[in-house]
Design a protein around this ligand. Sequence first.
Ligand code: ZN
Length: 275
Amino acid sequence: MKDTNINKNNTYSYCFLMCKGEIIFKGHEDYPEFLLVSDVEKLGFNKVDMMYIGTVDSNEYYAANLSNDDKIEGYFSKHMSEIYGEVEENIFLLVLRATHLLNWLDKNKYCSCCGKKVQIEPKQTYIECLNCGHITYPRITPAIIVAVLNGDKILLARSPHFPPNLYSLIAGHVDAGEFIETCVKREVKEEVGIEIKNIKYFGSHPWPFPNKLMLGFIAEYSSGELKIDNNEIEAADWFSLDDLPHIPEYKMSYARMMINHILEARKDPNKNLTK
Ligand SMILES: [Zn+2]
């Protein structure tokens, strides 16, 4: 039987088998190993139904969704947040990409023009309907996140959906036809009623839950009093950078990465606030 794990150059084919943000592993829980394509085939998956995610160090990576949450004998699962920092960054980015693409595939099983079932082409990240030719690309939704500073204070806010006492940065989706810079000002004005200035780009991070691309900014307070929009925010305040409230602990939270960077830049005069 052909070994589907070994490519021409003696490299490996892996498959991220995923279920609700969890990834299935083999091996020991302290030393988890990604499944090989052949492992996933033995579980009843056909390779043509696995989504090609990318190639790193000549190893190919695929992904497939496990449609139920039954435990699979001999394997165990970990949430992707548990492996953040435990695997190389380029492999973790592939896990985020796999999450995004599998979410997209799950919502696009049928052509949005003619209604026929579609099939993903091998190694393509678009779907072409074989019936009507309509092409669907993965949906990517840009969202801004902004750290507003006022001297040694930072603006943090609470959404009603957050766990109790948790505060984070202001964030929101870019509207149709809107400049990203306008969106940063609008979200802050809408949610907490103040004007900001000196908006600087910080960086970006994929956040595939289900399909966001986070665009980070750092800005300064300009004018106005805090006045919260009770629809999206239930509390907001200026907090001393030396005495922050409960903020996201999740290591892969982009808000946490931004706040950590601001705290480090305060201590190190050679470090730029905007990386
Ligand atoms: Zn079609």
